[in-house]
Design a protein around this ligand. Structure first.
Ligand SMILES: *Cc1c(COP(=O)(O)O)cnc(C)c1O
Length: 374
């Protein structure tokens, strides 16, 4: 088999017996919905993420919707988010009836730019019919946004702060997870994410008892104390017991996998920082989960083509940011525009990245990149 962009089979080899035993156990006990593995996984996930509570749900997009609902975000509310993200960030906001307001990102980290955010808040304060309600930062490519700065703005402006950590769950700044600053962290267990399951899954993490209780109710049809007295309009959004059983062994090696990903990233950095226009910048004190290793080159198509000829896959995230997509074009963009979001579009390209990338394979990739850019 050729070189994989994300090699899920290598991880499967490592965890096969544990995962298969976990699946078997669920099939035998039969508690497919909210079974014991879900509770156990939630407990361990909360511990890993330095959170008081973790609640599984059906996917990372629902995790955002449940969070926004629990915070009471709805019609007439503006939620600030980057355009340089997967569409689901803005989709969650629009799905609760609120308005996503697109903010620019920093040139070096691709994460939300705090000056652009401040301008967007001024803009919305001057817009009739909309009031600022929340900030949705995205931990793009695996790196935590600069929550130290974002939380200061959230506090000063009385806004809620959500960390969309679908790509960056496990990332830290000075040893702290995003939840140290955010009201809620969400994540996704889509198979290709750093912590992925064998299907769809997601989670909401919070330190707030009230938010936890509300999300727990919302994910099970707005359940109340009694099974047949639902107290709010909710959703059907649970993490399958089977997926929790798959995630338990995966979580047990996740810290080790993050270390391995960082070793791969370091090797790319050492070999490429003098060769390409830009290699990823990590915040001082920050640890990324490296969902993607994204570089910038002057001619991405040439690089992609030459690598493909050598059997090396690449990918591009995100050539068409959300504000340019058909369903999202009518939503507001910060008045200062999105210069950094747009500046990188013709340059970005992501290289194979996963914890099990072997040294000789990575050497081949590095050599091919250097050849293509010179
Ligand atoms: C993958 C992703 C999501 C959505 O997760 P799903 O589990 O696919 O619904 C949300 N936000 C970001 C930034 C993502 O990368």
């Amino acid at each position: 088999m050729g070189i994989q962009f994300i090699d899920l089979k290598a991880q499967r080899k490592r965890l096969k017996s544990q995962i298969d035993a976990g699946i078997q156990a669920v099939m035998e006990h039969g508690a497919f919905i909210m079974g014991p593995e879900v509770r156990e996984f939630e407990k361990q996930l909360a511990e890993f993420g330095q959170a008081k509570h973790a609640l599984g749900c059906a996917n990372g997009t629902d995790a955002l919707v449940l969070s926004l609902m629990a915070l009471g975000v709805g019609e007439g509310d503006a939620v600030f988010c980057p355009s340089f993200t997967y569409c689901a960030s803005a989709e969650g906001i629009a799905n609760v009836g609120a308005t996503p307001v697109f903010v620019d990102v920093c040139a070096d980290t691709y994460n939300m730019d705090v000056e652009s955010l401040k301008q967007a808040i001024i803009d919305i304060n001057e817009t009739a019919g909309l009031s600022p309600k929340a900030i949705m930062a995205v931990d793009i490519f695996g790196q935590a946004a600069d929550y130290r700065l974002l939380s200061q703005v959230a506090q000063a402006e009385g806004l809620k702060l959500i960390a969309d950590s679908a790509q960056g769950f496990g990332s830290t700044i000075d040893g702290n997870h995003p939840l140290n600053w955010a009201d809620i962290t969400t994540t996704s267990f889509f198979p290709a994410k750093p912590l992925g399951c064998y299907g769809d899954g997601g989670a909401v993490l919070t330190n707030d008892d009230q938010i936890c209780e509300t999300v727990d109710s919302l994910r099970i049809h707005g359940k109340g104390e009694h099974k047949y007295d639902n107290v709010r309009i909710g959703m059907n959004s649970r993490l399958d017991t089977m997926q929790a059983a798959i995630l338990l062994p995966k979580l047990s090696v996740f810290a080790d996998e993050i270390e391995k990903r960082n070793a791969v990233a370091q090797k790319y950095h050492n070999a490429l920082h003098n060769q390409v226009e830009r290699v990823p910048t990590v915040l001082e004190g920050g640890i990324s989960t490296w969902a993607q290793y994204t570089i910038e080159v002057s001619d991405w198509l040439r690089l992609a083509t030459q690598l493909k000829e050598k059997g090396i896959p690449t990918a591009r995230y995100y050539p068409n940011p959300v504000h340019g997509q058909s369903a999202y074009k009518h939503f507001p963009v910060v008045s200062s525009g999105l210069p950094q979001t747009e500046a990188c579009l013709d340059k970005i390209i992501s290289l194979p990245m996963h914890p099990y990338l072997e040294e000789d394979v990575q050497n081949q990739i590095i050599e091919a990149v250097i050849e293509a850019v010179n």
